[in-house]
Ligand binder design. Structure first.
Ligand SMILES: [Fe+2]
Length: 487
């Protein structure tokens, strides 16, 4: 296979042959002199390491030998046609040597310029890729997307056959990236790339960073670069099969891989910090919501149970696990607006007056206003604001009807009502299970989304009953200790 400079060398030799012919000199490739009229010369000629040399043969003839750019395989011999005129031959060969050196010098300058341009291009491409990577780090919540794009970009920037990121199985450190493999290669099956990457890691993976030469790896150059996060090696980047002629990896490749690894580590750190902050924050909201429920012994644990039922119903009605988790959190927070309702109304043991009920009806809007400025719960706002809407449009606060009501809110409405009817209240005991289920079934299409009700009625309510029993026990225990203190 011809390398990137071989074409240039051959072009230079063609020019040299042309000019030699004008001087009446014949040019032969050294490796083609085994046979034919110059066969006797071949054994007497050893080409110079590089450049031009005049050689005197055993019969006194002079020949010029040229090795272009240290490529002895391209060495040529200049044979003057006039064997008799030795002096004349020496002059001609001297002139030819000057021409050869000029051509070589021009070729070397050309090669140096080419290498320099190539260096600048590679530097630019590397910087452009790192810039794209750093920009993509700003998109929190899409770690898979960022890593996937990085691997695809690596293929183009490194001009290699394939690249992969192999992550350890460590959900605590890596979250959604745990155990994942991202593979990209032109016309290659990702499974095959993964297999090749794992084979390389088995052979060379004890190195943090290694450039593997084609000789070491069955003719395929490769690079392995570890990915470290908080001092732990959590994965590796692997690339292989440089598409240029030599197939060798360069310092550009290792530097770029190192930069990509650092960007992924930075992405992991950002995600971890975000998650830690979100966990702390959501934990605070949960505690807050739970303490609101506990203000009134009869609503203790209400939000936790609505969250449980909401998630189960979301799953039963075909929502994904991730969506159901958001419904769960919305259930936890759905009544957080009750913070704005006076205790005398919120904890009133008897029936509410119209005015008091009007105050209670403000809690979805208050909850919405409390949570609205917080980006990490913004997707829960429809559930909080609309969980008291009714399918027939007679609910509150906006009297939405049917599918105008966001699905999350329709799910929570069923869960909320079921729990309210299943729990004791100051003014009435909990209703029997069969009554509650009959009521839910009767309200399909009036209060509730008729498509959700069958799914709810088919749900296993044992987890709910266990939770309800726990909350009742906590209520009794709290009451007992309060009575003991009072005594
Ligand atoms: Fe509510």
């Amino acid at each position: 296979m011809r390398d990137r400079f071989e074409e240039q060398i051959i072009e230079m030799l063609d020019k040299f042959t042309e000019r030699a012919a004008m001087l009446g000199v014949r040019i032969c490739r050294l490796d083609a002199m085994h046979d034919g009229p110059f066969a006797d010369m071949h054994s007497q000629i050893t080409p110079p390491e590089s450049g031009w040399e005049t050689v005197e043969l055993s019969d006194g003839r002079l020949v010029g030998v040229l090795t272009p750019s240290r490529r002895t395989e391209h060495a040529v011999v200049a044979v003057c046609s006039d064997q008799e005129a030795r002096l004349e031959s020496a002059r001609v060969l001297e002139l030819l040597g000057t021409i050869a050196n000029d051509l070589l010098e021009a070729g070397d300058s050309n090669q140096a310029m080419h290498e320099y341009c190539s260096y600048l291009t590679r530097s630019y491409e590397n910087m452009a890729m790192i810039y794209r990577l750093v920009r993509s780090l700003g998109r929190i919540g899409s770690a898979e997307e960022v890593v996937g794009h990085s691997i695809e970009n690596m293929i183009d920037t490194l001009e290699c056959d394939w690249a992969a990121a192999v992550f350890a199985d460590d959900p605590r450190m890596l979250g959604e990236l745990s155990g994942k493999v991202f593979a990209s290669g032109v016309g290659l099956d990702p499974k095959e790339i993964e297999r090749s990457a794992r084979l390389l890691l088995d052979r060379f993976g004890n190195n943090e960073s290694i450039a593997i030469t084609p000789e070491e790896n069955d003719g395929v150059g490769a690079v392995i670069q570890s990915i470290r996060f908080r001092s732990t090696r959590v994965g590796d980047l692997v690339m292989a099969g440089k598409r240029d002629e030599e197939g060798d990896v360069s310092s550009f490749d290792t530097q770029l891989m190192e930069a990509v690894s650092a960007c992924i580590a930075s992405l992991l750190e950002t995600i971890r910090l975000y998650e830690e902050q979100a966990e702390t924050f959501v934990g605070t909201l949960r505690a807050f919501s739970s303490s609101l429920d506990a203000k009134d012994p009869y609503t203790r644990g209400h939000s936790e149970r609505v969250a449980l039922l909401g998630k189960e119903l979301a799953l039963a009605s075909g929502m994904s696990e991730a969506e159901a988790d958001r419904v769960h959190l919305a259930g936890t927070l759905h009544d957080i607006g009750k913070i704005g309702i006076p205790d005398r109304v919120l904890c009133k043991p008897g029936r509410l007056t119209d005015e008091e009920f009007g105050m209670i009806k403000r809690h979805p809007r208050i909850g919405y206003d409390i949570l609205k400025p917080i980006p990490m719960v913004r997707d829960l706002l429809p559930g909080v604001l609309h969980h008291h809407e009714r399918w027939d449009g007679r609910g509150y606060p906006e009297k939405l009807a049917g599918e105008e009501i966001p699905l999350m809110a329709r799910v929570l409405a069923v869960a909320d009502t079921f729990d309210a009817m299943s729990s004791n209240r100051a003014y009435r005991p909990a209703r029997e299970r069969h009554e509650v289920l009959e009521e839910i079934g009767r309200c399909a299409g009036s209060q509730f989304d008729p498509d959700l009700v069958p799914a709810f009625l088919a749900m296993d309510l044992e987890p709910f009953d266990l939770m309800l029993a726990r909350h009742r026990k906590e209520m009794v225990d709290t009451q007992t200790s309060a009575d003991a203190k009072a005594a």
